[in-house]
Design a binder for this molecule. Structure first.
Ligand SMILES: CC(C)(COP(=O)(O)OP(=O)(O)OC[C@H]1O[C@@H](n2cnc3c(N)ncnc32)[C@H](O)[C@@H]1OP(=O)(O)O)[C@@H](O)C(=O)NCCC(=O)NCCS
Length: 379
């Protein structure tokens, strides 16, 4: 029988979900029915509550949720010790993936996949992710870790534990927007990876660890770092055009931060972050990266139109500039993506464990058949 093959699972609908909806033709994204552009008015905690419970919280529910998660952000000292012992040159995503896996060893009940236990783990990981990322950054610069302040929001705490200084309201708001926009995106590679791992009924830590590993790749969450490295390499607006033309001349050449599996028009998250990046650039007077970004979009639009391709800037293209202006080091960009995406991963794990079916696609075999085994001595 000739199977129909969907390389990269393009167009395959693997299951149903109630968490988010993407219309790639119209450039729309909604979480639980709410358009993403409206959700940037909400705090990240409100959006997490929405993703996890199906509806936005009331004021009382939000207070309860914040009180529940506030004390959970501190890390077991063994985890901090392991982060401290890592070679200072270790890629932060390796540290994050290892730390998450390690957290299972400090949880008295890591393996139970009933919904209450997985939700308990979700609450912890939601606030431990930002602490891990901030702690690894401080340690590699020889600074002492800063404990989260239970009075601060997740966005505020992330900035506080990273810098040791209380953040401004404006910076906290930008961080909130970035977290909200990166929280969830359907069956993207890392979420599908996490769901696939969970479908064997392995524990939530293993599933999240797998998700972190997938996010790290340059075709997925790693793209934001690649974008900033490209902007640094380009260096000046006048170098944008030759850089892009050189890339596009290479077979299957890619310009990072452009293109998307699902969107055929502008990624709605990119549209929102572009405005944030432009505002930050104007306010800070550091418009260099913004001007190069505008030129990159102009040249890519022209070249993709010539080639009949619908390739637009994606969320990573603009998050790179936003993170730059917030002062984050480049290799922290993908870990910061993970700080946001843990909420989406957990929402999907709740869904997967609640109604599980083992994910087990087929591969069409194209190798040799019918070969005769020969003992080693006669080979
Ligand atoms: C995201 C991505 C992996 C989507 O991949 P996909 O759905 O498999 O789309 P394809 O890779 O098949 O792209 C189809 C065509 O569009 C063009 N294209 C897509 N993305 C491009 C990019 N970033 N730069 C230049 N051309 C691109 C190419 O002509 C490509 O054909 P080719 O493979 O023969 O060169 C891809 O667009 C990409 O590699 N982008 C850069 C990495 C990135 O920014 N990732 C973050 C995503 S949020």
């Amino acid at each position: 029988m000739q199977e129909s093959i969907h390389r990269g699972l393009v167009g395959v609908v693997a299951d149903v979900t109630e968490i988010s909806f993407i219309d790639g033709e119209k450039g729309e994204l909604s979480y639980r029915g709410y358009d993403i552009s409206e959700l940037t008015e909400a705090s990240y905690e409100e959006v997490v509550y929405l993703l996890w419970n199906g509806e936005l919280p009331t004021a009382r529910q939000l207070i309860d949720f914040r009180e529940e998660i506030a004390p959970l952000g501190a890390l077991p000292f063994e985890i901090v010790d392991r982060l401290r012992c890592a070679r200072p040159t270790t890629e932060p995503m390796h540290l994050l993936r290892t730390a998450v896996s390690n957290l299972a060893c400090h949880d008295p009940n890591p393996d139970d996949v009933d919904i209450e236990n997985v939700r308990r783990i979700g609450h912890r990981l939601l606030v431990q992710f930002p602490t891990i990322v901030a702690t690894m950054e401080r340690l590699r610069h020889g600074k002492l870790p800063v404990d989260p302040d239970p009075e601060l929001s997740i966005a505020g705490n992330f900035l506080y534990t990273l810098t040791g200084e209380y953040p401004t309201e404006a910076a906290t708001h930008v961080m909130d927007v970035a977290l909200v926009l990166h929280a969830e995106h359907g069956s993207n590679a890392s979420t599908f990876t996490a769901r696939t791992a969970a479908s064997s009924l392995t524990d939530a830590y293993s599933a999240v660890t797998a998700g972190v590993g997938s996010l790290k790749g340059p075709l997925h969450g790693g793209a934001n770092e690649a974008v900033m490295r490209a902007l640094e390499e380009i260096g000046d607006v006048e170098n944008v055009e030759p850089y892009i033309m050189d890339r596009l001349e290479q077979p299957h050449g890619r310009v990072m931060g452009f293109g998307h599996r699902v969107y055929r028009v502008l990624d709605p998250r990119a549209a929102i972050l572009a405005k944030v990046a432009e505002k930050l650039a104007k306010e800070s007077g550091e418009s260099h990266f913004w001007e190069m970004s505008v030129e990159m979009v102009r040249v890519m639009d022209r070249e993709m139109e010539k080639r009949g391709r619908e390739v637009k800037p994606n969320v990573d293209f603009y998050s790179a500039s936003v993170y730059r202006m917030l002062g984050f080091p480049i290799d922290m960009y993908t870990p910061i993506f993970a700080v946001a995406r843990i909420s989406g991963w957990m929402a999907h794990l709740f869904e997967q464990y609640a109604d599980n079916r083992l994910v087990r696609p087929l591969l069409a075999y194209e190798g040799p058949k019918g070969k005769k085994f020969a003992p080693i001595a006669s080979r």
